[in-house]
Write a protein of this length. Structure first.
Length: 286
């Protein structure tokens, strides 16, 4: 067998085995690299290169070495789950770099960071003043987590005392011009409903790059041709406007009638409808 074919086959085998080991180790090695996983990742490449190019080397020996290094992070992870001390030993612990707006110089020296490195990481978190930071912690992964002081945190609906509608995951019902039946069924809709909506908008199914339906049944489309403007859904806003109109009509009836009984009934119904409007406003005016 020619050497180039042998190298090709050994390379494909090493690649397939590395892929299998990566699947066994799991997504964590990609998401967060610990000390052990960093060592294993470097060693994987060296051993795989040996398997692929060293034609005189024993292929089985290379596979055994890969297996040992592949199983090692699995074992250490299992031990880390069982013991907090071992977890701190294998993965390290977070280091407080800023506390109450004060930079911890000793912590910077411990992590071998300069103040420029720290400021760069803060700017990556959209923080430009150290004094605005309550806590900043360097995680074992090397990422820096930042907690702003209360007065510098973004205003949320909860802090403002506002009620907002719950948000659920939108379902992708069209992808690359193809209707996805399972997401449609998840939101309780059918192909006929979707085709009717496309007809209303005047868009052909094959021209839709992406179509999504939110929890209220609103259809959002992204077309292949970016020059075509798709009108945004107006159902929620029209419903809210219709409710407001009905409530205004009831108040008008109460003012125009001369019968006290009818006036009280109209006023009561107008008040009840106003309560309904206040409850559904977060849902219909997003």
């Amino acid at each position: 067998m020619p050497d180039w074919i042998n190298i090709l086959l050994r390379s494909l085998f090493a690649l397939a085995y590395l892929f299998l080991l990566a699947k066994v180790i799991g997504k964590r090695q990609i998401r967060q690299v610990t000390y052990i996983e960093y060592i294993v990742g470097i060693t994987f490449g060296s051993i795989a290169a040996f398997i692929a190019t060293d034609l005189e080397g024993n292929l089985v020996h290379g596979i055994i070495a890969l297996t040992v290094f592949g199983l090692f992070p699995i074992v250490t992870e299992w031990l880390s789950i069982k013991s907090k001390r071992l977890r701190d030993f294998f993965e390290g612990r977070g280091t407080v770099l800023i506390k109450h707006g004060k930079v911890m110089e000793d912590s910077l020296k411990q992590e071998r960071l300069t103040i420029d490195d720290l400021l760069e990481q803060l700017r990556a978190k959209n923080v430009f003043k150290v004094a605005d930071v309550e806590f900043a912690v360097m995680e074992p992964s090397g990422e820096i987590s930042v907690l702003l002081k209360a007065e510098n945190q973004p205003l949320t609906a909860k802090k403002a005392g506002l009620s907002v509608a719950p948000v659920t995951e939108p379902q992708t019902v069209i992808m690359d011009g193809v209707i996805m039946d399972e997401p449609l069924a998840t939101v309780g809709l059918s192909r006929s409903w979707l085709k009717t909506e496309l007809t209303k908008i005047g868009v052909a199914q094959e021209n839709v790059f992406l179509g999504q339906v939110d929890e209220t049944g609103q259809l959002y489309l992204d077309l292949y041709d970016d020059k075509i403007q798709v009108p945004p859904p107006q159902t929620d806003k029209l419903t809210f406007a219709e409710l407001k109109k009905c409530q205004a009509d009831l108040e008008l009836f109460a003012l125009s009638t001369q019968t006290n009984t009818a006036k009280k009934q109209y006023e009561m119904m107008a008040g009840q409808l106003q309560d309904v409007i206040d409850q559904v406003k977060p849902l219909l005016t997003r």
